[in-house]
Write a protein that binds this ligand. Sequence first.
Ligand code: ADP
Ligand code: MG
Length: 732
Amino acid sequence: MGGGGDVRAGGGKRRGLPLRYLSQSESLSFSRPPQAGCFVRRTDGKEAFPMAELDTDVRAIRGIGEQRAKALAKLGVGTLRELISYFPRDYDDRSASRPIALLEDGETACVEAMVAAPPTLARARRGLELVKLRAVDASGALDVTFFNQTWLKSSLTAGETYIFYGRAERSGNRRRMVNPVVEPAGRGEQTGRIVPVYPLTAGVSQLILSRSVRQGLDACRSILPDPLPDDVRQEHHLCRIGFAYENIHFPASAEALELARRRLAFEELFLFTLGLRRLRSRRDTARTDPFRPVDMERFYQALPFSLTAAQRRCVDEALADMRSGRPMNRLCQGDVGSGKTMVAAACIYFCVKNGRQAALMAPTEILAQQHYEGLSALLEGLGVRCALLTGSLRARARRDVLERLALGQTDLVIGTHALISGGVEYERLGLVVTDEQHRFGVGQRAALAAKGSHPHTLVMSATPIPRTLALILYGDLDVSVIDQLPPGRQKIDTVAVSGGYRPRLYAFLHKQVEEGGQCYIVCPQVSESEDAPDERKAVTEYAETLRREVFPDLRIAFVHGKMKPKEKEAVMSAFAAGETDILVSTTVIEVGVDVPNASVMVVENAERFGLSQLHQLRGRVGRGTRKSYCILVSDSKNDETRQRLRVMTQTGDGFRIAEEDLRLRGPGDFFGLRQHGLPGLRIADLGCDAALLKEAQSAADALLARDPALSTCPATAARVEELFQQKADTLN
Ligand code: ADP
Ligand code: MG
């Protein structure tokens, strides 16, 4: 068979990869095709194959040096275990070859063909070198062109048979492929099998990953501890762990892949359930002094409105928790605008009247500020001494607040992360409320909880979770749902438009402002990371253009995540006070800010937002008596995107939207498990694996029933500990 190793990186599905990926593959053992029995070098230089430790550094793998180790670290891969647990996101079925003559235009396929004559090298223009060849099988001929892979000229030999995998183009009777994957027939590494497709990062190609995983698996497949107890595995017809890891990466067949996937998904859900059950049982054993009943009428009388039945129910549930003698650990879930703040206020009042302190933690300074203003106005009159503690307080003021907290002279403190930073002492903390908890992790909750002896915790979330799944996600919490909006809320008219509509959109905004309303315009954050420079640029430039060219007569302001908290606050309070007509912003306004006079929410590049996020944004308007509108601007022609935006125009029900989001977007990390501080699910799919989840849950419960301490299955216990411990320790 053909002499040299002659393969390139990248598979058919990743044709669009920039060229730099291609050249990187060269250095990975080009002259050294992978042999069976690669060994793994340990950092101490000793050969470890076949018994490498799972926590061996990935640099022990052949072909992984400092640079690639760095790139892999970005993917969360630093050890052998992490490497073999880095699962493909997809697969390419390259097991069958097609006769050349049957290739359709645009079809991606494998062809097994012989190189008919020595490949030729041509220089098209400076820096672009083409290797061309003709390959034939019994049915016809295929012209193959490679760009900038000059080495292929000498490594592809006339008269030898290779497998070419790529997208075929056909004009008339001629067929050709550009930059196909190629390897000698019979090698079966990148063709002739189902090939894994990994999520990549710059500096790591598909080929590097799959070869590294191959070595990693060979080194530790036989010593993988199985976190599934054998009887559970048998009872639920699940394959062994070695088989599962082998076939999730390198499926022997579609059936083997499904067996592997099912087993790994089950394992994940099983361990997840065990972990959540453990969290819950820990708290079930905690005890606290029961709170006394309090005359709540005084509180209710002080409100400018009466609570909805749903709000009342949530308050009653929370109060019952606090009187039970066990620490409350409750999630209060309610759509935007459902009035969660008042539920919190009632709980705070109840706590303070029991002689204890309460803390309310908000995800942003703006929101903390707003809560402080609203709640202190209400509660101070009822004898609750309130304070605001944020990162932007001056040293002196901060010291003051801290002192009064520690002395018990403050009853309610409202703030951001500053509430859990070191140095914050409470005299008698009794209740911790976190608002919009999807921004806080379990770790943060735990750190705050540690400040009091088992304070009650109330977590408020506007991220609607389909009911069936709330229990999984919040397995360690009790859940109350506010399933009713305060009376008099109007439907927010929502439309999805394309960019061509902008002139009319601007005219509409102008009219709204003339009528006394205010508008938000949200631009997407270009990058996820808070410190992306383009975010600031997008917002400031947009605002500048509006100011100069579109609305010279209106008052325009902007706000983005890179501004100092003080600046943000100033902009937001000016907007809230009606001193600004149009506020251009990123999603920093997504969470909870209340400006009842705002009547229009415009979202630019709406396709870049998840449905639930759009729903949150929309919830910023329609909070007062003004008829309100949400306008989603998108030029996307993508069917799925259009369908998603259509959902927004059809319903205002956050739960329905969440379900649609789940259905359309697929689960992945939809629920932001990691943001919740729970181990993310890599394989299991909460959308599709509902039946498997039930099975795994009942298996977990059955195991706990006969062995609550998991003493008969140490591998299981160790893995649960590992998965959940890590998370509870990190305060991000
Ligand atoms: P969210 O659940 O989004 O946090 P808020 O607590 O901010 O909602 O409440 C939204 C708005 O509704 C606020 O302006 C609040 O004063 C008002 N509100 C809350 N409860 C009621 C009620 N029972 N009746 C009328 N208005 C209410
Ligand atoms: Mg809120």
